[in-house]
Design a protein around this ligand. Structure first.
Ligand code: C2E
Ligand code: MG
Ligand code: MG
Ligand code: MG
Length: 288
C-alpha cells in the first residue's frame, strides 16, 4: 500500500542520514591523525598578471590523501575540520609548510594561503603568523592570506582586529570568493583588503553570459574606484581571458594557466628561469 511505501521511503532516508553521520564521524576521527601521519600535502596554482602574462605568485591548496579512501577534497574535509576545531592544527600546518616552501624560491613570488573563519577568530592567530614568518624568514609582503566574507560576519570586531594585526606585520589580505555568500559592500569599506578575488562562478562563460559580464564589470569598477586590484578565479578558456583583458582586470588564476600541482612542476618559475607558463612542459589540464 501507499502507507507501506511511505514507511519504506522513511526507512530509506533514516538509513541514508545514519550513513552520512557515520561517514562524517569517521572522517573527523581520521582527520585527527592526518597531520601526524603526514597525509596532508600542498598543491600550488599560479596567479598571472594579465597585462604582462607573467606569474606573480601561487595559491597553496591543501590535499588529504586518506590511506584507504584516497584523495579527499578540501571542500569535504575542511568543513568537518572546522566543526571539530581540528582546522587550527591543519591551518597551522598549511601556513608553516607554504611559508617554508616560498622562502626557498629564488624568485620572490607571492604565496596566498586560505584562512578559515575559525582560524581568523582564534586569538593567537596573528601571533602565529608572526612566529611562522620569523621562523621561515619569508618576507611578510610576500604572504597573502585569503579570507571569505563568512569569516567577517561572525564577529566583525574580532575579525577586524585580527586583520589589522596581520596587516601591521606587512602581510597582504585578499577577499576570496567575492560576490558569493554573505557579500556586503560595506565589508569593502570596513576591512583593509589589498585584493578582491572574483568568484569563479562569475567568470564561467563571462564572454557569452551578459549577466556574468555585467557583474564582473561592476566589480572591476568597484576595484578601480577603491584602488583594489581584482583577480579573476577559475579562468578555463581563452575567451574568458580575452574578456577580462578587455575589461582591464589585473590578474587571473585558473585551469587555463595551470592546475594546482605539486611545486616541482613549476620549478622553472620558482627558480626564476622563466615567468612564462608557456615554456613549462606539463599537461595543464591534469592535477598531479
Ligand atoms: P578557493 O580558495 O576559492 O580555491 C579555488 C578552488 O577552485 C580550488 O579548489 C581550485 O582547485 C579550484 N580551481 C582553480 N582553478 C579552477 C578552474 O579553472 N576551474 C574550476 N572549476 N576550478 C578551479 P580546491 O583546491 O578543491 O579547494 C576548494 C576550497 O577549499 C578552496 O576554495 C578553499 O576555500 C578551501 N581550501 C583549500 N585549501 C585550503 C586550506 O589550506 N585551508 C583552508 N581553510 N581552506 C582551504
Ligand atoms: Mg582561495
Ligand atoms: Mg575562491
Ligand atoms: Mg572557494
Amino acid at each position: 500500500s501507499a502507507k507501506d511505501e511511505g514507511r519504506g521511503i522513511y526507512k530509506f532516508f533514516e538509513m541514508e542520514m545514519g550513513a552520512q553521520l557515520r561517514d562524517r564521524r569517521l572522517l573527523e576521527h581520521d582527520a585527527r591523525h592526518a597531520v601526524v601521519r603526514n597525509e596532508l600535502s600542498l598543491v600550488y596554482q599560479p596567479q598571472v598578471d594579465i597585462k604582462s602574462g607573467e606569474v606573480t605568485g601561487f595559491e597553496a591548496l591543501v590535499r588529504w590523501d586518506h590511506p584507504e579512501r584516497g584523495r579527499i577534497s578540501p571542500a569535504e574535509f575542511i568543513p568537518v575540520a572546522e566543526d571539530s576545531g581540528l582546522i587550527l592544527q591543519i591551518g597551522e600546518w598549511v601556513l608553516r609548510h607554504a611559508c617554508q616552501q616560498a622562502a626557498k624560491w629564488q624568485n620572490p613570488l607571492s604565496i596566498a594561503i586560505n584562512v578559515s573563519p575559525v582560524q581568523l577568530h582564534a586569538p593567537q592567530f596573528p601571533a602565529l603568523v608572526c612566529e611562522i614568518l620569523f621562523e621561515t624568514g619569508l618576507a611578510p609582503n610576500r604572504l597573502e592570506i585569503e579570507v571569505t566574507e563568512t569569516a567577517l560576519v561572525k564577529n566583525m570586531s574580532r575579525a577586524l582586529s585580527a586583520l589589522r594585526q596581520i596587516k601591521a606585520l606587512g602581510v597582504k589580505v585578499a577577499m576570496d570568493d567575492f560576490g558569493t555568500g554573505y557579500s556586503s559592500l560595506s565589508n569593502l569599506r570596513a576591512f583593509p583588503f589589498d585584493k578582491l578575488k572574483v568568484d569563479q562562478s562569475f567568470i564561467k562563460s563571462v564572454d557569452s553570459n551578459g549577466q556574468s559580464a555585467a557583474i564582473v564589470q561592476a566589480v572591476l569598477g568597484l576595484g578601480k574606484g577603491l584602488n583594489l586590484p581584482v583577480l579573476a578565479e577559475g579562468v578555463e578558456r581563452p575567451e574568458e581571458l580575452e574578456f577580462l583583458r578587455g575589461a582591464v582586470c589585473q590578474s587571473a588564476q585558473g585551469y587555463w594557466f595551470g592546475r594546482p600541482q605539486t611545486i616541482d612542476v613549476y620549478e622553472a618559475i620558482t627558480s626564476g628561469t622563466t615567468t612564462n607558463l608557456d615554456t613549462i612542459d606539463f599537461e595543464p589540464m591534469r592535477e598531479r
